[in-house]
Design a protein around this ligand. Structure first.
Ligand SMILES: CC(C)(COP(=O)(O)OP(=O)(O)OC[C@H]1O[C@@H](n2cnc3c(N)ncnc32)[C@H](O)[C@@H]1OP(=O)(O)O)[C@@H](O)C(=O)NCCC(=O)NCCS
Length: 310
């Protein structure tokens, strides 16, 4: 399959799955006796547990309970949840999916995470897919994956199991040609805390000593055959009033906040993106936009039913 010229070369271990019959499982499976989880679709009764899991995210990146309810009500069949077999009332992880029309790698017309998920103010805080979900779409877009760290079991590979489940679903549906995502690296914030700001494109290619990618989430999906297509600049944006911004800084992991410019207007916050103060601190309007969070994402192709052109 021909990729766009600007496709990024990552050390993918496996290549793209191009046949619906191809098994997606990629790496040696350390599990014995199969998975300890059942991967199922969402139910409305799962929403409290999904909202609880969402608390793992920074407050400005959390989907609201109302949006979870709307998605569980209108598009439950493509969402995935993982329940421990031994404790099926618990939610160990989830992935959220939206169905859209996409031009494919050659006619890539993906915009940004915000525009695809369709929040009215263009932010993750208000994104219930109501405006942008297309039942006749040819592509599943993974919009989030979360695994409860307290239930993480070394070697269980729950996140890859969730992604594999979405790919299985895509391979069974003749209308679905692709599974893609605007991937947000899971460890970029932590890396920048320790080593200072790094160029996004450089970070996503960074490898550990064993040749595997440094970033946990990108490593997991790369080992499932994800092919990077391009960087999406400012894929996610969130704005905040002065009170909200100061509240985030005060209440959300205070130790993670670091100014990285001399004027103290650009801040690391432990997340994939950074905050920029764009407003005037003396503006008396309490609703004025004071700060803006922006992050880049990596557009990647996880599955394609299109035949290879090579
Ligand atoms: C990124 C994320 C989804 C990965 O989920 P996961 O189920 O832990 O993924 P994996 O099972 O593939 O494990 C990833 C790595 O952590 C290791 N790991 C898993 N559980 C572990 C544990 N208890 N202790 C130490 N290492 C552990 C795995 O061995 C693997 O490392 P390896 O590739 O060197 O073998 C999860 O960490 C998460 O929810 N992060 C926060 C949200 C996020 O960033 N989501 C992605 C963007 S939407």
């Amino acid at each position: 399959m021909a990729l766009p010229e600007n496709a990024q070369a990552l050390p993918a271990k496996r290549r793209l799955v191009t046949s619906p019959d191809s098994a997606l499982v990629s790496r040696p499976d350390r599990r014995e006796g199969g998975s300890s989880y059942d991967i199922e679709t969402w139910k409305k009764s799962d929403v409290p547990a999904l909202v609880a899991l969402e608390q793992l995210w920074a407050p400005w990146l959390r989907k609201s309970q109302a949006d979870f309810l709307y998605i569980a009500d209108h598009f439950p069949d493509v969402q995935r949840i993982a329940r421990p077999k031994t404790d099926p009332d618990t939610v160990a992880g989830q992935t959220t999916v939206i169905q859209i029309n996409w031009g494919g790698p050659e006619k890539d017309d993906f915009t940004t995470w915000d525009k695809i998920t369709g929040g009215p103010d263009g932010s993750v805080k208000n994104s219930n897919f109501s405006e942008t979900f297309r039942r006749d779409g040819n592509t599943y877009v993974l919009t989030a994956a979360t695994v409860d760290p307290t239930i993480r079991i070394h070697g269980e590979r729950l996140a890859p199991q969730l992604v594999t489940s979405v790919v299985d679903m895509a391979s069974r549906d003749p209308n679905i040609l692709y599974v893609i995502s605007a991937f947000r690296p899971s460890d970029l914030g932590k890396y920048e805390q320790e080593h200072g700001p790094i160029d996004f494109d450089k970070y996503v290619k960074m490898q550990r000593g064993d040749g595997e990618l440094h970033d946990t989430w990108l490593r997991g999906v790369t080992n499932l055959g994800m092919i990077p297509i391009r960087t999406i600049k400012d894929s996610m944006r969130v704005t905040a009033t002065r009170e909200e911004f100061e509240g985030y800084k005060r209440d959300y992991h205070r130790e993670l906040w670091k100014p990285i410019t001399e004027d103290r207007r650009t801040w690391l916050c432990g997340e994939t993106g950074t905050w920029q103060i764009v407003g005037d601190p003396h503006n008396p309007d309490p609703n004025a936009v004071y700060a803006e969070y922006k992050e880049d994402n990596l557009l990647g192709l996880v599955y394609s039913k299109q035949p290879s052109s090579h």
